[in-house]
Design a protein around this ligand. Structure first.
Ligand code: GDP
Length: 313
């Protein structure tokens, strides 16, 4: 079943934090995610050209240690809400972006409420400090009303003043994320089980068929695994990362694009790796359900059952 680490304490290993960026419209979420993606390109990796796959991982140095952070690259809290609604608590830390020239706005408050309801620790990125009229201290004052007290004022929330446009203080923001994770979370998962996780985004690619970006939450996902996500099935034929490079296994907190689904999973669907017998049985059940229920086929684009059977052989 989805949602539990198999084994005991000894099987658990550290995994990087998974971060969602939230905040009011136009406060710079997209720009920030782009800046982080571009400034944290690992050396020697495909000329540093990253593709948008819905999530990515970056490396940052904290206390002379190389640390990884996974970012969900779908700004806004729709993805966050969709995943939570399906019981996939995929976010470990919320970065709430507030424009220093605009201040706390309705969607800022909404984002804080989402994070607090999910007991997800918050790091505040006070953005657009390059702009005239930017007043980062005012943001700190405003946010005390919502229970986010800056460390400078005796609280335990880290605020970092940044400019997503100019790339100012991005390293400090990444460090704040790592430090907040270390201080408040026990991020461990068992990498030695069949993989489980959540689909971040998925679409039908003309050449490659259904392509889904999944986040591995526990276990290790490997090429060749039989996978079920929501009501989509398949066999992992290929996995690629944000540099479009082939990956053969993905460990906890790694986002990866999976090619080999026979239909398109929904964003926020949880996934499981299963043994083939079980998949075969589920497909048989599904086929029966399909014959009984014509409405079944209407929701998502699907390939024929012959193709589906072939793909799983
Ligand atoms: P989102 O709606 O929160 O995703 O906001 P965007 O990332 O689309 O940013 C909204 C606008 O603010 C865009 O025109 C950005 O170029 C601009 N912007 C974002 N970050 C900064 C910044 O640090 N400084 C300045 N001056 N503009 C920014």
């Amino acid at each position: 079943t989805y949602g539990e680490d198999a084994g005991d304490e000894d099987d658990l290993e550290f995994r990087p934090p998974v971060v969602t960026v939230m905040g009011h419209v136009d406060h710079g979420k997209t720009r920030l995610l782009d800046t982080i993606r571009k400034t944290n390109v690992q050396e020697g990796e495909a000329g540093g050209i990253t593709q948008h796959i819905g999530a990515y991982q970056v490396v940052t140095e904290v206390g002379e240690q190389e640390r990884l952070i996974t970012f969900i690259d779908t700004p806004g809290h729709e993805a966050f809400t969709a995943m939570r609604a399906r019981g996939a608590n995929s976010t470990d830390i919320a970065v709430i972006v507030v424009a220093a020239d605009d201040g706390v706005m309705p969607q800022t408050v909404e984002a804080i409420n989402h994070a607090q309801a999910a007991s997800v620790p918050v790091v505040v990125a006070v953005n657009k400090i390059d702009k005239q009229g930017a007043n980062p201290q005012r943001i700190r004052q405003q946010l005390t009303d919502y229970g986010l007290i800056a460390e400078e004022y005796g609280g335990d929330t880290m605020f970092v003043d940044i400019s997503a446009r100019q790339g100012t203080n991005i390293d400090a923001l990444l460090e704040a994320i790592v430090l907040t994770a270390d201080a408040t979370l026990d991020l461990r998962a068992n990498p030695k089980m069949e993989a489980q996780g959540v689909a971040i985004e998925a679409h039908l690619d003309r050449g490659r068929g259904p392509v889904a970006t999944v986040l591995v939450q526990r276990g290790t996902l490997r090429v060749g695994d039989s996978i079920v996500a929501g009501d989509a099935y398949g066999r992992v034929r290929r996995m690629v990362d944000e540099f479009n490079e082939d990956i053969i296994e993905a460990t906890p907190s790694r986002p990866v694009q999976v090619i080999g689904f026979t239909s398109v999973p929904g964003a926020g669907d949880t996934f499981l790796v299963v043994d083939e017998d079980r998949v075969a049985r589920q497909i048989a059940d599904r086929r029966q359900a399909r014959m009984r229920n014509a409405q079944f086929a209407s929701r998502r684009k699907r390939v024929s059952l012959e193709d589906l059977d072939k793909a799983l052989k």
